[in-house]
Design a protein. Sequence first.
Length: 348
Amino acid sequence: MNYPSPPQNIIEFSRAFSTDKACADYLFSLRWPRGYSCPKCGITKAGPIRATPGMMECENHHKISVTAGTALHRTKIPLSVWFHAAWLVATHKSGISALSFQKQLGLTRLETAWTMLHKLRGGLVDPDRSKLNSFCGDPTHSEHWVEVDQIEIGGVQSRADRDARGSNKAIVLVAVEVHKWHGQMHRDASKSRSGDAWHTKAGRIRMRVVASHNTMDALTFLRDNVEKGSNVMTDAHGSFNLVGPLGWQHEFVVAKREADPLATHGRVTTNLKRWLMGTHKGSVQPQHLQAYLNEFVFRFNRRDLPWIAFNRVLALVALERPAVEYEALYKHTWIHPNPRPNWGRNGQ
Ligand SMILES: [Zn+2]
Ligand SMILES: [Zn+2]
């Protein structure tokens, strides 16, 4: 394997990706880490077409673009602009709105910025990602569990409106890995004199929009996202009744008895709501909510490794799978992936 190593800071980034050719070469090495082979005939004897960066031609004269069949299929936007976009999505601490994205990249149309962001978001779910669990091997941690609960998002509406059209709140199931330990908050603070205490922190997270908070949705979400045998903590909602019998170690937390039940879950979802309200002014259309959740989850799970995240965005974008098109987004026929839509290698 010959994966390129990502730039570590903005200076390295600008140096590495100043031309479309440099970006194309990088994408080639992410997409064909063992070296190029023609997708049409399989032969490896091929060379770049000088006049068009990102195009290869094999000895049988098949011309293939590095973006063909990927999230960037038939893009007219220069690769260097896409790389800047991927960098912003991966490293921007709190995510970025279409409007400031448009300004930063100097795009003339807001629709272009909006579609670009959705194309990148469409690539942010890793089809091979592993499930959450409570089996962390860190010997300094004393306890682990996964907190699972539903939250409601959006839907500020008048009473009359709600009576007339029903609630427009979206229901989202959220799972959060929790690590608990006794000692200093940060490992590198071990020499400080402040006393030891119990701490918890969030590990990885998963989120899914569901039609309603029922047993089937809750169990499917768990099956897809949390390893069996893990310790799972939920509130006393009836939809979680079968969690124990079906193979997870289940513990109910009752709000009346616990001062702050599912506290880590609460911290994560408060951040999510703040981000949706702040960056997107709460104006997320319900049919696109899953895409925003995918973006939040992606960044959250890589919050300590923004430059690795950048590589990951590009590697996921370079996978062969259907691209998000403006038409489909606009007509709402595009379904945002989560967690295993019908795409991927070998049609799996
Ligand atoms: Zn060929
Ligand atoms: Zn741990």
